[in-house]
Design a protein around this ligand. Structure first.
Ligand code: 5GP
Length: 116
């Protein structure tokens, strides 16, 4: 499967569509998920054009993973969550719906069932 530059996250990265932006640097954009699975559901979107983990440049992953950790810590501290789920899906059968690499940070709260 090849990268489709018209995907919704590519449009957000280009500023063609709005988002609730939390942070941005040369590597990635961090924004709130429009349909949060829990309070504080945040997405880290590397700027480099890749469809998902399967075609991503390892150098991009090396650059973005420290940011994913920083955002996880910030989300935990901002929400008071009891845990943070890191999720990432590759291709439609695995649950991917937007075909630009991204990482979900989903706060988990005691007594709440996030599902499998
Ligand atoms: P996936 O299933 O591809 O891993 O997740 C895509 C995520 O992007 C979903 O959680 C969905 O709610 C979110 N999403 C889809 N469209 C938009 C949008 O236009 N803006 C934002 N902020 N999130 C979106």
């Amino acid at each position: 499967m090849s990268y489709d530059p018209t995907n919704i996250f590519a449009k957000i990265l280009k500023g063609e569509l709005p988002c609730h932006r939390v942070f941005e640097d040369e590597t990635a954009l961090v924004m709130m998920d429009i349909f949060p699975q829990s309070k504080g559901h945040t997405l880290v979107i590397p700027k480099a054009a890749s469809r998902n983990l399967l075609d991503a440049d390892p150098a991009v992953l090396s650059a973005v993973m420290p940011l994913v950790q920083r955002v996880a810590r910030s989300v935990q501290s901002a929400t008071g969550a009891d845990g943070i789920r890191l999720a990432q899906f590759n291709e439609a059968p695995a649950g991917q719906t937007v075909f630009h690499l991204h990482f979900h940070l989903i706060p988990a709260y005691e007594g709440q069932n996030l599902g499998a």
